[in-house]
Design a protein around this ligand. Structure first.
Ligand SMILES: Nc1ncnc2c1ncn2[C@@H]1O[C@H](COP(=O)(O)OP(=O)(O)OP(=O)(O)O)[C@@H](O)[C@H]1O
Length: 597
């Protein structure tokens, strides 16, 4: 219960946000509609009195006597009709208010659910990037696609519980006014039922967490089937994957079965206990000599109270059953244990002189005992020049791009942009200076023109120009829909080389201050690559370019070369000075100065 209060209620309070101020209206409408219902039921007393030929029945006390006085000046026939009409009006009004409450709670539910989904997307866009390097995507997918809906259901359940609690309070008050002895009896009975119910509901939290965790595993397997379809077929692993998927799915089924059967015990048990209470009330009322019309009104009120009490108890058990889901959503929304997004407020407009890596040391967060990727790495990238970053696989080239884009931050040392530490610069402004074309950056499921512009306002002429520079225009033109061709999920309808050229056009259309090409042309044919290199050469002097490649031809236009190896910068030199060296020789090239560091 405490666990639920901490994470569940906090989440619900945050989700309700500004809608919290509407909750009093829900309570008032709930109370008012229950009061109208109670009054309508109270009017049964004089109605039964008239029908039983005992219209002026004396001996009634409290609220029963007040109901008994209704229409007392009229003759019996007129009084019966008037009371019947009054009951009908009360029932109609009660239902009008109940409908108004349904509209209000539906509105609040919609807003609160939207706020949960919006907060999740906000959080996913805001969290520091290292979070995604460490997290299981299946868990994240499960939270977004499954658990967030259960959080919405929990909001709806809480709203329904508020309405039911309001109705229960009023109906209990009417019962109290009719007979405090019988109400005391009922209250004690309800407390006992609630204790039994709460004890059983508490056993739902464990199964609820199991369902959530197995759902995450299943989501991971689903993602794998979607992403690795080609790999699975090529290596003939359909059978193994099917068995793994079925096992994950069956675990969800078994955990769901445990949770649902435990939850399933509660409604019949509650009904039996409520019925026992109901019957005990009737019998005890007869024993203590309560009058017939009051017993009938009491029983009808009790009968109307029961569904509200049952709904309240079921709401409680449902919330317990969703505690795992609420904890998961709350976990994702909690920023305290997540990597912070990059900070900084210094404005930046272009690169005037240089980017300087000053003794940068870096290791990926959560990579345990794995080696430090960069160890006191120092080098510079001159503004307006093209710099090749080379090194054997795993040398840390892409890591340098990650550091430059501030996806990760150095553990030690500084990165200086024209002398200003990068961690002091406004990250959004800084990223607007950069465009990256990389084999890892996906295409979006849209048209070619949407992929090239991607959030940038550009005319069709500018898009075509960028596509020509990236050697994409000629193949795009041949597609039946041209620039309006839909490329499919991650650009699946294009070849690898075509995807790379679109990605390059996307970077070029921005005409960025700093262009980063990370293995951006490795799937492009030689002829196209030569043309692309000519384009890049033309940028020289005007814009800064950083090129990562294992191909000598791709870096041929560069002014400088930085060689990485064993986590260190092995050498930095003008490319012209090492022009005679092959790629393999370059990888081993180590300047004396760097060797002594
Ligand atoms: N997200 C990560 N978490 C932990 N370690 C990582 C992560 N990404 C990369 N590494 C490790 O950091 C080191 C450098 O990786 P990086 O991708 O920078 O190499 P690279 O020089 O670009 O290699 P390649 O030429 O193969 O693309 C590698 O040892 C790699 O295993």
């Amino acid at each position: 219960m405490v666990q639920f209060s901490r994470s569940g209620l906090q989440l619900l309070r945050e989700a309700l946000g500004r809608q919290l101020r509407l909750i009093p209206a829900v309570v008032v409408l709930g109370l008012a509609s229950a009061a109208l219902e109670g009054a309508g039921i109270g009017l049964i007393i004089p109605m039964l009195g008239i029908i039983a030929g005992n219209g002026d029945a004396g001996g009634l006390g409290g609220i029963s006597a007040i109901f008994q006085q209704v229409g007392s000046g009229l003759d019996d026939g007129e009084r019966l009709l008037a009371i019947t009409a009054a009951v009908l009006v009360l029932i109609t009004l009660k239902n009008v208010l109940a409908f108004a409450n349904t509209v209000l709670t539906t509105f609040i539910y919609g807003k609160a659910s939207h706020s949960v989904r919006s907060a999740l997307s906000d959080q996913l866009l805001r969290i520091g990037y290292p979070f995604f390097m460490q997290q299981n995507p299946g868990r994240l997918l499960n939270i977004i696609s499954n658990e967030s809906w259960r959080a919405s259901d929990a909001i709806q359940t809480v709203l329904a519980a508020i309405v039911n609690a309001s109705a229960a309070v009023i109906l209990l008050a009417f019962l109290l006014l009719l007979s405090w002895q019988m109400t005391l009896f009922v209250a004690l009975g309800l407390i006992l039922v609630q204790v039994a119910h709460a004890a059983l509901s508490a056993t739902l939290k464990g199964p609820s967490r199991s369902v959530t965790s197995f759902n995450s595993e299943l989501a991971a397997r689903m993602l794998h089937l979607v992403h690795a379809g080609r790999l699975i077929r090529v290596f003939g692993q359909e059978g193994r994957e099917k068995a793994a998927f079925d096992a994950a799915s069956d675990s969800v089924r078994r955990a769901g079965f445990v949770l649902q059967t435990r939850q399933g015990v509660l409604p019949p048990l509650t009904e039996v206990l409520h019925s026992a209470l109901f019957l005990a009330v009737v019998v005890s009322a007869w024993f203590i000599g309560v009058s017939f019309p009051v017993i009938v009104a009491f029983v009808v009120l009790l009968y109307r109270l029961q569904p509200h009490m049952r709904a309240l108890q079921m709401s409680w058990s449902q919330l317990q059953g969703w505690s795992g889901s609420l904890e998961e959503v709350r976990w994702l929304l909690d920023s305290s244990d997540k990597p912070k997004p990059p900070a900084g407020s210094e404005p930046v407009d272009g690169l005037r002189q240089r980017i300087e890596f000053d003794r940068v040391t870096f290791k990926y967060p959560g990579s345990g005992s794995r080696a430090v990727v960069l160890r006191s790495a120092s080098f510079e990238i001159r503004s307006g020049c093209s710099t090749a970053l080379i090194g054997r696989s795993g040398a840390g080239k892409t890591t340098i791009v990650n550091l430059l884009c501030r996806f990760v931050e150095p553990d030690e040392g500084r990165i200086l942009i024209d002398g200003v530490p990068l961690d002091q610069i406004d990250p959004a402004q800084w990223r607007r200076q950069i465009a990256v074309a990389s084999q890892d950056l996906e295409l979006v499921d849209g048209t070619i023109v949407e992929n090239i512009t991607y959030g940038q306002t550009a005319t069709i002429a500018e898009v075509e120009r960028a596509a020509k520079l990236a050697e994409a225009h000629s193949f795009v033109e041949k597609l039946s829909q041209g620039y309006q061709t839909v490329v499919g999920y991650r650009g699946a309808s294009l070849s690898a080389g075509q995807r790379q050229r679109i990605a390059l056009a996307r970077a070029l259309v921005r005409d960025p201050e700093i262009l980063i090409l990370d293995e951006a042309t490795n799937a492009v044919d030689g002829l196209s690559e030569s043309a692309i290199i000519e384009t890049l050469r033309m940028r020289a002097g005007r814009r800064t370019t950083i090129v990562i490649s294992h191909h000598r031809s791709t870096i041929s236009f560069c002014d400088d070369v930085v060689v990485l190896g064993s986590g260190r910068v092995k050498s930095q030199a003008p490319l012209a000075e090492v022009a005679s060296l092959s790629m393999d020789q370059l990888y081993e090239h180590e300047t004396v100065a760097e060797r002594q560091i």
